[in-house]
Design a protein around this ligand. Structure first.
Ligand SMILES: *Cc1c(COP(=O)(O)O)cnc(C)c1O
Length: 406
């Protein structure tokens, strides 16, 4: 086989479908985020990032930076091993205690990313519990889907955010069949929020375990940043809460929080946990500092919600269509892959505004969008520049506007 020709032809296919990914090369500047420098064709350009998942700017918070510096100087660069073979650093142990406390659970377990925590957590539970059937929300993240598939357990996909459909599916299985229901709280592309209480009612009715991905909610919702389940007083009814340290907490890593036995079970059987080097201690120290800060401070959460409201209001005034949802994610709808890419390029090249286009297969064809994520570090000037530029390109491309709220 001509391997090189095969790779090249597959890539051509992706290009023809308009799905080829070109990474934007930037340097984020501590203390100046969302402002960054873009590197393009041997030149640099000042840009404002509008599509980051560093939702609260915690990636540059002085407490986080200081904790990481101190730990790096104290412990060195890497963990030096898997958790079982010399890699468990005291900072990992402290962080796991912090996470268990954040979610009101007995125990928590760290992974190298949120992706790995879903893949290994769901994969291990579904594979190891004899006869387990998994019930997965139709819009679950790739990391959950891969974990479920990898487990080889039978699975059913229920209609997105539809507890009645879930109830119907669970009813097909007797009380003796072990059941695992997997869903998210805030869905990252539409920004909609699951009816968690209703889903838990259905899980409890059928004796099913519940597994929630709160990746886009931890740090952001609830009085201590425990997520939507904390805000709604539901954490104790959920079997497993999964989260990331890489989005609102601004660092890197993933975790699950659950009962001591469940966490010990995953710790003891999950290949993706056991056979992988532990996170660098400085990463654990930075994440712990971020969590501790956000447990005590509502300032960042309130400022973020204020910025989100501000951007929505201005989009409404200009009649620029965006999905209405109860979260911090603002999907500006374009509805055409090529236009979406063109608008994104134009915003970058002419205004230094960085918003990645979101196209198929991340979202369905016809719902292509720009996903805006306002944060406390976006100033009024940044918002004005964004709205003015969007309005200009909306006219240029003759895109439809909504009835204005003005
Ligand atoms: C980003 C994401 C993950 C993965 O988390 P990482 O820490 O980035 O690996 C998991 N679930 C959802 C819903 C996500 O959006």
């Amino acid at each position: 086989m001509d391997y090189e020709a095969y790779f090249a032809s597959e890539l051509d296919g992706v290009r023809e479908e308009g799905r080829y990914r070109v990474f934007t090369d930037i340097k984020r500047h501590r203390g100046k985020f969302p402002h960054a420098t873009r590197f393009v064709d041997d030149e640099t350009q000042a840009v404002t990032v509008w599509c980051s998942n560093d939702y609260l700017g915690m990636g540059q918070h002085p407490k986080v930076i200081e904790a990481m510096h101190n730990c790096l100087d104290e412990c060195g660069a890497g963990a030096g091993g898997t958790r079982n073979i010399s890699g468990t650093n005291h900072y990992h142990v402290e962080l796991e205690a912090e996470l268990a406390d954040l979610h009101g659970k007995e125990s928590a377990l760290l992974f190298t990313s949120g992706y790995v925590s879903n893949w290994a957590g769901l994969g291990t539970l579904a594979a190891k519990i004899p006869g387990c059937v998994v019930f997965s929300d139709a819009l679950n993240h790739a990391s959950m889907i891969e974990g479920i598939r990898h487990s080889r357990a039978p699975y059913k996909i229920w209609k997105h955010n539809d507890p009645e459909d879930l109830d119907r599916m669970l009813s097909e299985f007797g009380p003796d069949v072990p059941k695992l229901v997997a869903f998210e709280s805030v869905y990252s592309m539409d920004g909609d929020i699951a009816p968690i209480a209703e889903i838990l009612d259905v899980c409890e009715k059928h004796g099913a375990m519940s597994y929630i991905d709160e990746v886009h909610a931890v740090g952001l919702y609830g009085p201590h940043g425990g997520g939507i389940a904390e805000r709604e007083g539901l954490m104790d009814r959920i079997t497993v809460i999964e989260g990331t340290l890489g989005k609102a907490f601004g660092v890197m890593g993933g975790y699950i929080a659950a009962s001591a036995n469940l966490v010990d079970f995953v710790r003891s059987f999950a290949s993706g946990f056991i056979f992988s080097t532990a996170l660098p201690p400085a990463v654990a120290a930075g994440a712990a500092a971020s969590i501790r800060h956000l447990k005590m401070s509502n300032e960042e959460r309130e400022a973020q919600q204020d910025r989100v409201r501000q951007v929505r209001r201005q989009l409404d005034i200009m009649g620029i269509p965006h999905l209405d949802n109860p979260s911090h994610i603002i999907p500006v709808m374009v509805g055409d892959a090529h236009k979406c890419k063109r608008i994104s390029d134009w915003l970058m090249d002419n205004h230094g505004i960085y918003v990645q286009p979101i196209n198929y297969p991340t979202v369905p064809v016809g719902t292509e969008r720009l996903r805006l994520t306002p944060s406390p570090v976006h100033g009024d000037g940044d918002i004005d520049a964004l709205i003015t530029a969007l309005s200009e390109i909306w006219s240029q491309c003759e895109l439809a506007r909504m009835a204005t709220a003005a």
